[in-house]
Design a protein. Structure first.
Length: 668
């Protein structure tokens, strides 16, 4: 077809006998330096074992025999494209008559450019020979094929391929029959013969007689299914003739490749079919440089973290792959796309794309479209943005750590918990002040209880948040972040005013005596809010010890004695440390920080009723534990019940039912 022939090319003789076996394109032998007097070896063409090639195609290149129909569709469309613009060319059309009965023939007809006798010999029977490369042997971008192997895929379903063709150039019609045993025949057909068989218009007919056992793929249901899968968006109508006499046109408009501002119901239905649920949104995609258009559907559920979304790719309307996983950037796990492209190049299997600059550029552009969607969603539809973030926040957080590109545009919109409530990084950054965060949820809870509203503390305790916060100065230059601990915060709390300090110290001693058996020490400080009587303070070591105690209470035997030994070892370490730090005084079960500004605490300081003070302090202690989300030990549960019982007795004037409680100072 106007293509330069290799030097040793000889067109096959037109004959009704088997000609020569198909061969690879002539590849010159690797020249070796000839021995001094030897005659140079004659160069010979490679021989091809067709069975081996078909085996290679079916096992290693194509995903399965079903692709035979895709290859036929693609050849039909290419032939129609090649005829476009020729005088008198009719509108392109493809017709498929499935094999209606076992042993019957499948007939695939196009009204494309057709083939001459010389062309069938050259193009159909030379593996690797294609008319779809230009003079520089580059693939033509307006053709779907290029490798010169596609037709061989029909051998996966049939032992013979019979091609009847009439060239648009006016040459006589021709029949080519290729056999899976590696031979083929070519002969020109007489017009009378063609007339008797029902005529043959310009174009090509491929006839396949399905091999026993492969009938499913060539049956009416099989063909309808494959034609709709591969040819749903081809630019020419594809008609499938049904057994009852009717026909079905399987090709239609690629809705997903049209520009849109609001997704139509039809487009959303396609998204539903693709992801199995109503998409959260549809994003138009367009990369002019590679002729790529499509739609990204945002998943309404969280996929497994790091999972890359497979994209459905069409090559000029023909399905290339349902699951191309390298067309989107890695971070775009939240969107499933369907695109049609004319500028990306398929591999020989036509089931994936060649990794080249065009693919890289397209990936970058598609990523940019998704980023723009997130960025503009904030202004356009904040409710949808917050739904999106709540569905995908975990995966987004994990990716932010590895992907600077994603981090830059996504971090500002991520929700984050602070002592002032839920907010976004963007709001926090707007304040301009350093971002203060607690490393653990527990530390955050303790600090949040006393943090001033104008100096909020961030909860860095949930998965990935501390890491993201630590990376912020690098991601958003100019940002200052600092960690805060409960010990630092306690140190910054006000001590009671000088004039009241003796009272506060007395209260501290009395309260500490009341909690002695619970291993909890007491501190008196002034802090907001006034309504909060006390805080329970525990550092990580204390928390671990409390957890061990609960485990001991729940378990028994060997495990309990192991935990006891850990406690003993830590006790002796602690008493040594206390000696070293000269009187630093934090109980093994934490510290109760009473709020000097609180009414109840002030009333206790003024009261001389030691019984009432001891019981009330124990109630306040349990209240502080609960507010700090600490699980109660058995001893604390008992302490609460006893203290409340005593308070009831005292208020009823019955005197205290002292039970197991320790004596309050001055009680004896
Ligand atoms: N229906 C057809 N009409 C006209 N020519 C055809 C038709 N089918 C095949 N051919 C010719 O036969 C050649 C080989 O076809 P084949 O399907 O093996 O490979 P290809 O389409 O060129 O490349 P690929 O392997 O990428 O499909 C084509 O390049 C084309 O010239």
């Amino acid at each position: 077809m106007g293509e330069e022939k290799p030097a040793d090319f000889t067109p096959p003789a037109v004959s009704d006998k088997p000609l020569r076996p198909p061969r690879l394109s002539q590849v010159p032998a690797i020249p070796e330096p000839p021995p001094a007097e030897a005659t140079p070896p004659a160069s010979r063409p490679f021989q091809v074992d067709l069975r081996g090639i078909v085996d290679l195609l079916s096992r290693s290149i194509y995903s399965g025999p079903q692709v035979y129909l895709r290859e036929l569709l693609q050849n039909g469309v290419d032939a129609i494209t090649a005829r476009e613009g020729m005088p008198g060319a009719p509108p392109g059309a493809i017709r498929i008559t499935p094999a209606h009965t076992p042993g019957g023939e499948l007939v695939f007809t196009d009204n494309g450019i057709g083939l001459t006798a010389a062309e069938v010999g050259e193009l159909l029977a030379t593996v690797g020979r294609s008319s779809k490369r230009d003079v520089l042997d580059l693939p033509r971008t307006d053709r779907l094929g290029q490798f010169g192997i596609g037709l061989l895929s029909c051998f996966m379903v049939s032992d013979d391929i019979r091609v009847l063709s009439r060239s648009a150039g006016g040459e006589p019609p021709v029949e080519w029959v290729g056999s899976a045993d590696g031979t083929f025949t070519v002969r020109e057909l007489l017009e009378s013969e063609v007339e008797a068989a029902g005529g043959l218009a310009v174009g090509t007919q491929v006839r396949l007689r399905p091999r026993a056992g492969d009938g499913e793929l060539t049956s009416p249901t099989g063909v309808l299914d494959l034609a709709s899968r591969y040819g749903a968006y081809l630019p020419v109508p594809v008609r499938v003739y049904l057994p009852g006499g009717g026909e079905q046109i399987v090709s239609g408009e690629p809705l997903f490749a049209q520009p849109f501002t609001h997704a139509s119901p039809g487009l959303m239905a396609l998204g539903r079919e693709l992801i199995g649920a109503d998409p959260l949104d549809a994003i138009p995609l367009h990369v002019p440089a590679t002729g790529t258009r499509g739609t990204a559907f945002v998943l309404p559920f969280a996929p497994s973290p790091g999972a890359r979304q497979a994209t459905r790719v069409y090559l000029r309307g023909m399905l290339l792959s349902e699951r191309t996983d390298d067309l989107l950037p890695e971070w775009a796990f939240f969107a499933r796309c369907v695109v049609d492209t004319s500028g990306l190049r398929p591999t020989a299997s036509r089931e994936s794309l060649i990794q080249d600059d065009a693919l890289e550029e397209t990936r970058a552009e598609l990523g940019a479209a998704l980023r723009r969607w997130v960025a503009t969603l904030a202004n356009r539809d904040p409710v949808r943005l917050s739904t999106f973030l709540s569905v995908h926040h975990l995966a987004l957080r994990s990716l932010v750590l590895h992907d600077d590109e994603l981090a830059g545009f996504i971090v500002p919109w991520l929700p984050i918990e602070t002592s002032n409530g839920q907010t976004t990084y963007r709001e926090l950054l707007r304040r301009g002040a350093p971002l203060r965060f607690a490393e653990t949820v527990d530390e955050f809870r303790q600090i949040a209880a006393i943090a001033r509203p104008d100096a909020p503390v961030i909860n860095g305790g949930y998965v990935y948040d501390s890491d993201i916060l630590r990376r912020l100065p690098e991601l958003i230059p100019g940002t200052v972040v600092e960690t805060v601990t409960i010990t630092d915060e306690l140190a910054s709390l006000d001590v009671p005013p000088l004039a009241e300090r003796p009272w506060a110290q007395r209260l501290q001693a009395r309260a500490e005596a009341a909690l002695k058996d619970l291993d909890c020490t007491v501190l008196v400080r002034s802090f907001a809010p006034d309504t909060l009587p006390a805080l329970h303070i525990a550092d990580a070591g204390v928390l671990r010890r409390l957890q061990r105690q609960r485990a001991k209470e729940a378990g028994s035997g060997m495990w309990a004695s192991i935990l006891q030994r850990i406690d003993d070892a830590q006790d002796s370490q602690k008493s040594q440390n206390q000696l070293d730090s000269e009187g630093e005084n934090v109980g093994a079960a934490g510290q109760l920080c009473l709020n000097w500004r609180n009414r109840l605490v002030r009333a206790l300081a003024e009261s001389d009723d030691e019984l009432l003070l001891a019981r009330t302090v124990r109630v306040v202690h349990v209240q502080a534990l609960l507010a700090a989300h600490r699980p109660l030990r058995a001893v604390e549960r008992a302490s609460l019940t006893d203290a409340l019982t005593d308070i009831v007795h005292l208020s009823a004037g019955l005197g205290a039912d002292l039970g197991d409680m320790p004596d309050a100072p001055g009680e004896n």
